[in-house]
Design a binder for this molecule. Structure first.
Ligand code: C2E
Ligand code: MG
Ligand code: MG
Ligand code: MG
Length: 284
């Protein structure tokens, strides 16, 4: 039977289709609608530079307020967007919005944008990035692109070339969630990232588990010796902050400082986070 949804879309549910597949189809239809209406939002999470306690930049994180389900996590809808190709349109909107928003902030604040493997493979990423920079007037060196290890492992020579092109245009590139994938250290060498972000799973245990602490130390050392800045993701406690600083990380990001907030709150947040950051750094 055909089930028409409130916004006039319509979709056939096969009799044999299970509940999971139906839920997924309706999520896909709703996501398509949200993209068409441009109702996906971006929030921004500060990244704090440890040497001086200031906000060096923010990371753009997608937020979807679904009319019936409420907030849907990017962990739930990004995979759907990837599989359906919707991520290409979403990715363009994210780049355009992040660059336009960053243009309103102090020039020392950089903006990092996550890019998924399909965007990387598809071939329009460089064009999309340059278009977003041009339309917003944002300087290229204020934009950072975050990719995960998966991207490096697929079609490596092309990915290397694309990253090099981005960097030639002045855009920075960061390796996100480092340590969770299966990439080789050799790949890190061919890619020449500006930054490594240590995955939250290591940061979570850094103050309580010697093995996590060793991994954080090793990644920081490796990153620095390859000329990259090192960011610890998911810092939630003062003890974790202390530990990642001691192990040599340059920047931290996490709920201890702030979750991602709407663009309009960023200028105000820059001041309070700096104050809180300096307080925390001074406290020990
Ligand atoms: P990510 O790029 O590794 O982003 C960091 C995630 O960790 C964010 O989750 C952030 O809210 C969360 N986080 C930050 N600090 C803390 C903390 O102290 N504790 C805990 N428990 N979590 C913290 P979020 O926003 O749910 O995003 C999840 C993932 O979805 C991102 O991981 C990224 O891979 C993907 N994503 C988000 N926005 C975009 C986007 O615009 N494009 C693409 N392609 N992927 C995106
Ligand atoms: Mg990221
Ligand atoms: Mg990450
Ligand atoms: Mg992640």
């Amino acid at each position: 039977q055909a089930k028409a949804d409130a916004r006039g879309g319509s979709r056939f549910f096969e009799p044999g289709m299970d509940a999971g597949a139906q839920a997924r189809l309706s999520l896909e239809a709703d996501l398509r609608q949200a993209v068409a209406e441009r109702s996906l939002q971006l929030h921004y999470q500060p990244k704090i530079h440890l040497a001086d306690g200031v906000v060096a930049g923010v990371e753009a994180l997608l937020r979807w307020h679904h009319p019936k389900r409420g907030w849907v996590s990017p962990l739930d809808f990004i995979p759907v967007a990837e599989e359906t190709g919707l991520i290409l349109a979403i990715g363009r909107q994210v780049l355009a919005k992040a660059c336009a928003d960053a243009r309103n902030w102090p020039s020392a604040v950089h903006v990092a944008v996550n890019v998924s493997p399909l965007q990387f493979r598809h071939g329009s990423l460089l064009r999309d990035v340059l278009a977003a920079l041009k339309a917003s007037g944002l300087e290229a060196n204020r934009l950072e692109i975050e990719i995960t290890e998966t991207v490096m492992m697929e079609d490596t020579p092309r990915a290397v070339e694309l990253l090099a092109q981005l960097r030639r245009h002045g855009v920075r590139v960061a390796m996100d969630d480092f340590g969770t994938g299966f990439s080789s250290l050799g790949l890190l060498r061919s890619f020449a990232f500006d930054r490594i972000k240590i995955d939250r799973s290591f940061v979570r245990d850094v103050d309580t588990h010697a093995d996590a602490r060793s991994i954080v130390r090793a990644i920081a050392g490796l990153g620095h010796s390859l000329g990259m800045a090192v960011t610890a993701e998911g810092v939630e406690t003062a003890a974790q902050l202390d530990a990642v600083r001691r192990e040599g990380c340059d920047e931290v990001q996490g709920f201890l400082f702030s979750p991602a907030r709407p663009a309009g709150e960023i200028p105000g947040l820059l001041k309070t986070v700096v104050a809180a950051g300096l307080g925390r750094l001074a406290a020990d």
